[in-house]
Design a protein. Structure first.
Ligand SMILES: [Zn+2]
Length: 323
């Protein structure tokens, strides 16, 4: 199968995650023409079968497409092989690009899910037009994508931009990956819940404790966020502490990459200015020479849950232009 999309023709985007598959027919301007959602399959063979059915249904609903892009939640190499997927046990060392290409008879490109979501925000979302951008997904964990000089930065093997796992602390807070001191362990939604529990244990977070029904161990990041958005002073203080953790990583990455824009997506961005205002302030205190550099905008993502399918479709459209 040729690896070339037809100019001007819509493409398919797939977002393959641990719990669900989103599939969409996407026009060249990023408009979603048709969309489907299914539970995640257990095996690659089931996914290939599902993809075939979804391509058929999307074509009947929205029209034809010339290529397929897939964002998969794992380490994906330059050949479109999923090497490792922490939340999809059946997708280890799977040559997904060639399997899908053979089954669908269309050009296929496969990349990491956070990478394609980042491309979506840069091509059609909050960082539209940026040549150098950092897209950070703050959810249960931290994902991200790096756009350098207009292109996704993948690194030597395709594994770049695992930004949640940069080491930012000597503390022994253990990350979901098993290592200590990683950014994700202090600045993800899971970390927000842990910090909320710590404050509640010390008796310093009565409104958060009340939101969780009086059970310290039941406190999650959602309880902290909801209480803060509602204006509770104790929860606001927890968010301020957490915002410093977020800013530490953003400043570290900015010192390396010099982006013009940082886009924040994922569940935590629903906190809006309650989170972003203290993050911006803490960022300015930590990035090198803030008073002597152009401002870096830190903005909420625009595409929400569709960032992955829109970005995967953009990647499919651009695959003939990428080496
Ligand atoms: Zn880690």
């Amino acid at each position: 199968v040729a690896r070339v999309a037809s100019p001007g023709v819509p493409t398919f985007g797939f977002d393959l995650g641990g719990t669900k598959v989103l599939a969409a027919l996407v026009d060249t301007d990023g408009t979603v023409l048709a969309e489907q959602r299914e539970p995640s399959p257990e095996t690659p063979e089931e996914f290939v079968h599902l993809a075939g059915r979804l391509v058929g249904e999307l074509t009947r609903t929205g029209g034809v497409a010339s290529a397929v892009g897939v964002g998969a939640a794992g380490l994906v190499d330059h050949n479109g092989t999923v090497r490792f997927a922490p939340n999809m046990a059946g997708f280890v060392e799977v040559p997904l690009r060639s399997m899908l290409g053979d089954a669908l008879g269309l050009p296929v490109v496969v990349d990491n899910d956070a990478n394609v979501a980042a491309l979506g925000e840069v091509r059609h979302g909050a960082a539209r037009g940026a040549r150098d951008a950092l897209v950070v997904t703050l959810g249960t964990g931290i994902g991200g994508g790096i756009i350098l000089d207009g292109h996704l930065y993948r690194g030597a093997h395709g594994y770049a931009a695992e930004i949640g796992h940069i080491t930012v602390s000597t503390a022994d807070t253990v990350c979901a990956c098993g290592e200590s001191g990683h950014w994700e362990a202090i600045a993800s939604g899971s970390a927000l819940g842990r910090i909320g529990r710590e404050w509640a244990k010390r008796g310093e977070a009565p409104s958060i404790l009340a939101a969780a029904g009086g059970e310290v161990e039941a406190i999650t990041g959602h309880h902290v966020g909801d209480a803060a958005v509602a204006g509770a002073a104790d929860a606001r203080k927890v968010i301020d502490e957490f915002a410093v953790n977020v800013a530490i990583g953003l400043a570290a990455l900015t010192n390396v990459l010099d982006p013009e824009t940082i886009v924040i997506g994922g569940g935590l961005v629903e906190l809006g200015d309650t989170l972003l205002v203290p993050v911006r302030a803490a960022f300015l205190e930590r990035v090198e020479a803030a008073a002597h550099r152009e401002p870096v905008s830190i903005v909420p993502a625009a595409l929400g849950e569709q960032a992955g399918v829109v970005g995967a479709a953009a990647l499919a459209r651009e695959m003939n232009a990428t080496p």
